[in-house]
Design a protein around this ligand. Sequence first.
Ligand SMILES: O=C(O)/C=C/C(=O)CC(=O)CC(=O)O
Ligand SMILES: [Ca+2]
Ligand SMILES: [Mg+2]
Length: 409
Amino acid sequence: MPSEYAHHFGINNIPYGIASSSKHPPSVVTRLQDSVLFLDPLARTGLLSGHFGGEVLETFGKPTLNSLATLPKDDLKVLRSALQGILKNLEKLQGCVEPIENVRMHLPVEVGDFTDFSCSADHMLNAGESVTGLRNLPPSFRYLPVGYISRASGVKVSGTPFHRPWGQYRKDGSVVWAPTEQLDYELEMACIIGKPSKFGTRVKVEDTAEHIFGIVILNDWSARDIQSLEMPPLGPMNSKSFCTSVSPWVINPEALAPFRSTGNVPAREEPPNGVMTHFSGPGREGYSVDLTASVVSPKDKDSKTILCRSNLSTMYWTFEDLIAHQTCNGAFLRTGDILATGTVTGKEKKTSHGCLLELTAGGKQSYGLNNGETRTYLEDGDSVILDGISGEGVGFGDCTGTVLPAQKD
Ligand SMILES: O=C(O)/C=C/C(=O)CC(=O)CC(=O)O
Ligand SMILES: [Ca+2]
Ligand SMILES: [Mg+2]
């Protein structure tokens, strides 16, 4: 029986990840359907000889993708087509291949800096309305992609459970110190930086693509009660830094090229009394990725309730804009940096809300699970599964996390 996500990993995908098994230490892998190919033992078979020099082959034995991610795009292109050829004869690759159920996936990169932006106008409007009752975009929204800088060390690979965080928040007229009662997820995607940029040197929007190694799904877990006390005036901190999950398979721009279009990308509006400066123009392309967010209750582990369906291409700002903006002041990119989109929310009320803050109108309305349970925010033992697919054979698999009970004070 193929796994639930086997069909995401066709021959046109060729994702990269870091896996280990009883036979192999953590190292670089790719995946075809449910077969995981370890590239370091593959290089030793000689099947890749003639394609590249030692500096490419040396990256395969590393426990992160950082070295592979800095290879020139031309090398990555040759590697992709060599792997596509080799994977046609899987039976010849014994000793290099393991079934997906026999491997453990690890964090794909050593994370450099982690910025989370907020690129969805619909998320901004819905989240603002949930908190303040007013449907307004922040004053800066059309001038620049707003973001906050979070903790790289909190980024964990899909499947890593975390404890419900403690913090300070307002309750019944006072501020308490207690486990959060408003634990939320945020359905997001992120780009991972390959080629670094130079300190003091802006990356022009037309040059940003060469810095994108690949794209992952990301869950920016959020504690809304802690967030609402701490956020003004410097932004979220402990309400979000306790854990951020990323999917283990990094999908590369070449696999996603057929799914780029201008189709759903919102029209860019000139900001009031301002000019578009270092950003992409009206013909900018988004990546089409159909995303879902689901919750699984510990009382009914076989049933997932889909709470949101949305698509990455509806974001107002693109990955190219995020990179141009991050570097426009001379700040620079390091390999393994993560730049996330913010919550990916669509236009449809209730069915395309990328987080529970929106779906529950700030905890004022409940949502139902397939088994009849109701929730406002997440409960202990709940798992959240985010997944995404662009088209035939090109998907991201899943990004999953489970809430453990709060630790004792
Ligand atoms: O507007 C709010 O109250 C919430 C803002 C956020 O949680 C920041 C964030 O992560 C935005 C996003 O994911 O788009
Ligand atoms: Ca976020
Ligand atoms: Mg987070």
